[in-house]
Design a protein around this ligand. Structure first.
Ligand SMILES: Nc1ncnc2c1ncn2[C@@H]1O[C@H](COP(=O)(O)OP(=O)(O)OP(=O)(O)O)[C@@H](O)[C@H]1O
Length: 248
């Protein structure tokens, strides 16, 4: 049983698992992510990272186990979970024929945001993308779409933000811009759970790290606890824990 008081972690998994038919995509996973942390979730292709995010965002129901996000149970309080999380999927879905402002106003109203127009302006300013307001998103680069997607994900001021490979396919300027946004949101107290393949992303943005291999958590620690935690050290660590798992 997970405590539902205010001191609980922003994200708490207890033996959470998922099978697709006979295939175990996620073995029982127990993990806490404290509030206002950026958690980097690493793992090879097919390790189970997206499956974990889909469980925590209530898009999939677990086969076994439980989890709380922002204090709410993902199975019995799915609506409350959804009201308190933002999700930026790898490929952002926007209405190409509409402007940034029109897209965001539509999504803000859909999620019941009060005074949607004012809130959209506020988020555009906060993320430094007011210059994109009146442009149609159909003409946007991947980096611009990601920025609008992030704005969409935080319109309702969620406590917890899930990012699935947020910088995948972005050029260095796009990566830098998104990182700055993530740093800013964390500084404001948001908890961020980020799937990534990039060790540079973990070294620059994350406070703690988990490594998943074949659906099992094979490493979990604070990034600062890894001696000399630069990108190279993280790479050595990543390769060693994934190799150990392969040898089992
Ligand atoms: N809808 C599905 N039906 C059956 N198997 C699935 C389904 N979705 C994912 N899988 C399988 O579950 C496993 C975990 O997939 P998942 O997408 O969670 O991995 P991932 O770590 O996010 O990979 P990537 O880094 O490539 O995005 C993989 O073996 C995948 O083939």
């Amino acid at each position: 049983m997970i405590d539902a008081s205010h001191d609980i972690p922003a994200i708490a998994l207890r033996g959470l698992s998922l099978r697709y038919g006979r295939h175990v995509a996620l073995h029982p996973l127990t993990l806490d992510v404290p509030k206002a942390e950026v958690f980097g979730f690493l793992g090879h292709n097919g390790a189970g990272k997206t499956t974990t995010i889909r469980l925590l965002t209530t898009l999939l129901a677990p086969t076994h186990g439980a989890a709380r996000v922002a204090g709410y149970d993902i199975t019995t309080q799915a609506m409350q979970v959804r009201a308190n999380i933002g999700y930026l999927p790898e490929n952002v879905r926007l209405y190409d024929r509409f402007s940034t402002r029109e897209n965001l106003t539509f999504f803000a109203r859909l999620s019941g945001v009060q005074d949607a127009r004012r809130r959209v302006d506020e988020v555009l300013e906060r993320l430094g993308i007011a210059d994109l307001s009146n442009r149609r998103v159909g003409s946007f680069s991947k980096g611009m779409r990601q920025r609008v997607g992030l704005a969409q994900a935080i319109l309702h001021d969620p406590q917890v933000l899930f990012l699935d490979e947020p910088t995948s396919g972005l050029d260095p300027v796009g990566v830098r811009h998104l990182r700055q946004m993530i740093d800013q949101l964390r500084a404001e107290g948001m908890t961020i759970f980020m799937n990534t393949h990039l060790l540079s992303e973990v070294a620059s943005s994350c406070s703690s790290i988990g490594v998943l291999a074949h659906g099992r958590l094979v490493f979990h620690d604070k990034v600062s606890a890894i001696a000399g935690y630069d990108e190279r050290r993280l790479e050595e660590l990543y390769v060693s824990v994934v190799r150990q798992e392969d040898a089992v």
